[in-house]
Write a protein of this length. Structure first.
Length: 369
């Protein structure tokens, strides 16, 4: 009897030891899992930053962000939906397009109404294979779990991010704090992408010069500029344009702009960008070139420009007291500097503009800054 009791005590001791061991092991696994999730989040963050800095169209950046989420978090389905001012639009999704009508109208579902109103995450799942998620219509077998994240910018609701799984209770043990961080980074990316899109939409073609406006340099043009570590940036001013407009005629001034721009455009390669900056000022970016070579080029261009004679247009009206003006000759003042990839191009251009604006009207040089 004593031997039996002893065996029972030993077995109980072993059982207790195993329970303690399993508990400690589970705790360690949870810590390891949380650590892995945090490491994954850091990697995702870095990938987000890399994507933001890539010289690719804004909509493509959102799609790339979604691909990163799917890959890094092993999510079966991920969809980002944004309100574009008229309707809800799917910006990125790996769900088949035949299901998009459902996915882009989740804001109308009662299931997610409280989530949108309170700006909180909503997690829904089924308990058995015969159930379906409440928002699914025809494709109820596609997903069995979902997490809905409403997206806000400056307290304004702009859309949502929804992830879906193919198993019941698939997201029960997901660290929602990590996903909240991811959601916030999606919002940051959307804000950046939206700013990029706004700049792209501001680009216009100037009717007088036939050039794109300066916003082009900050959007699509930057894709070309940033292929190189350094580039030469030039801003020039037609210094006597104001006098030509005032003393001769506006159409004559427009003709001066058109002829000056044609001379330059005829001598530029596709890698070199030429835009109407503001008023009588124009900007050129010589991608990958150095300032010395550009100074020589602009010196030659300057000589050509200042050798042309432009007759007054039909809106010129000579006065009885003044000698008729047979022609006008444009004069330009030029300033050049180096742009370094990754720095603020708008600041570089602004510095060159300020120099030309403060220079004497009689200055007619090739200047370095």
């Amino acid at each position: 009897m004593g031997i039996l009791i002893g065996i029972i005590v030993i077995l109980l001791g072993i059982a207790i030891a195993l329970v303690v061991y399993n508990k400690n092991l589970n705790n360690k696994l949870k810590v390891l899992k949380n650590t892995n999730q945090k490491i994954t989040s850091l990697n995702v963050l870095q990938d987000f930053m890399n994507t933001i800095s890539e010289q690719i169209p804004a909509d493509q950046k959102i799609k790339r962000i979604n691909e990163i989420l799917i890959e890094k978090y092993e999510i079966r389905y991920s969809t980002i939906v944004i309100y574009n001012g008229l309707e809800y639009e799917i910006k990125a999704s790996n769900v088949e397009s035949k299901h998009w009508d459902t996915l882009k109208n989740l804001q109308s579902e009662k299931t997610f109404a409280d989530s949108i109103q309170t700006a909180t995450t909503k997690y829904i799942t089924v308990n058995n294979e015969n159930e379906k998620l409440p928002y699914l219509k025809m494709e109820y077998a596609r997903a069995k779990s979902a997490m809905f994240f409403p997206l806000y910018i400056d307290n304004i609701y702009i859309g949502y991010w929804i992830i879906e799984g193919i198993k019941a209770h698939e997201f029960d043990n997901v660290d929602t704090t990590v996903l909240e961080v991811v959601k916030n980074n999606i919002i940051s990316v959307l804000r950046t992408v939206e700013n990029q899109r706004i700049i792209s939409n501001l680009v216009r073609e100037d009717s007088c010069s036939g050039l794109k406006t300066v916003e082009y340099l900050y959007s699509d043009g930057k894709n070309i500029i940033d292929r190189y570590p350094t580039s030469a940036v030039c801003v020039f001013k037609i210094t006597n344009l104001h006098k030509i407009n005032e003393r001769v005629s506006r159409k004559t001034g427009d003709e001066v702009i058109a002829k000056v721009c044609k001379i330059i455009k005829d001598n530029l390669t596709d890698e070199y960008l030429f835009v109407r900056y503001v008023g009588a000022e124009f900007a050129l970016v010589f991608s990958g070139s150095d300032v010395d070579g550009v100074a020589q080029f602009m010196g030659d261009i300057k000589s050509r420009i200042e050798s042309i004679k432009i007759r007054p247009r039909e809106d010129y009206k000579a006065t009885a007291t003044a000698k008729p003006i047979p022609y006008v000759i444009p004069r330009i003042n030029v300033v050049i500097t180096t742009y370094y990839k990754g720095t603020a191009l708008e600041e570089v251009l602004s510095r060159l503009e300020n120099y030309l604006d403060s220079a004497p009207e009689t200055e007619n040089e090739i200047n370095y800054l």
